[in-house]
Design a protein around this ligand. Structure first.
Ligand SMILES: Cc1cc2nc3c(=O)[nH]c(=O)nc-3n(C[C@H](O)[C@H](O)[C@H](O)COP(=O)(O)O)c2cc1C
Length: 179
């Protein structure tokens, strides 16, 4: 069986894509074949991959609707290979909300779909007030205020823990040895 890994991202402002690129670099370093796709353009035969990773960011409490559609459309095949899913959001900057068992978005997401990914993870995303249109900026400020985060910052704040991303890559790598 092929040992190829596929990574699909759903990313609005690029942070989830950046995490996927870091994973790609990790697999390239290990000489593991890997392909990266946007969920918008993915049109491959899923069975070509030993492991498929899907990474998606949260906006106003939800992953993009394309993520749900993709899973629904491919649920039978997804259950035939090794799969991994990770969510990227700002709530995950908090220690007590940054794991698969404690992040409310991931828990809710898994409860609304029939797919049971083999490997799960949550990463904190990026906060960049200056790049948001006014309404979004006000909404994020409100969310941050309610959750005790910074309500202003001229510089972007990247909460992503890159060591955690590498560890996730290692977990995926180990799964190649199992099935
Ligand atoms: C309009 C908007 C809405 C967001 N809503 C949420 C939210 O409800 N909860 C949360 O934890 N993070 C929220 N975020 C933070 C994003 O999940 C975070 O910025 C992430 O890094 C975005 O990833 P992406 O660049 O791959 O889209 C929001 C960000 C934006 C810009």
């Amino acid at each position: 069986m092929t040992q190829k890994i596929g990574i699909i991202y759903s990313s609005v402002d690029g942070q989830t894509k950046k995490i996927c690129e870091k994973l790609c670099a990790h697999f390239n370093d290990q000489k593991i074949e890997v392909e990266l796709y946007s969920i918008e353009t993915f049109n491959e035969d899923i069975l070509e991959f030993h492991t498929l990773i899907i990474g998606a960011s949260i906006r106003y409490g939800k992953h993009h609707k394309k993520v749900y559609e993709f899973i629904q459309k491919n649920i039978i095949i997804l259950n035939q290979i090794t799969t991994a899913f990770f969510s990227v959001n700002l709530v995950a900057r908090k220690e007590d909300k940054n794991s698969a068992n404690t992040n409310p978005y991931l828990i809710k997401f898994l409860n609304t779909i029939d797919w049971k990914p083999d490997i799960l993870e949550v990463f904190a995303g990026k906060l960049d007030y200056k790049s948001y249109p006014l309404i979004d900026r006000l909404m994020i400020k409100l969310i941050m205020k309610l959750t005790g985060g910074p309500t202003k910052s001229v510089q972007p704040i990247e909460y992503t823990n890159w060591k955690k991303v590498d560890d996730f890559g290692l977990r995926i790598q180990k799964s190649l040895e199992t099935k």
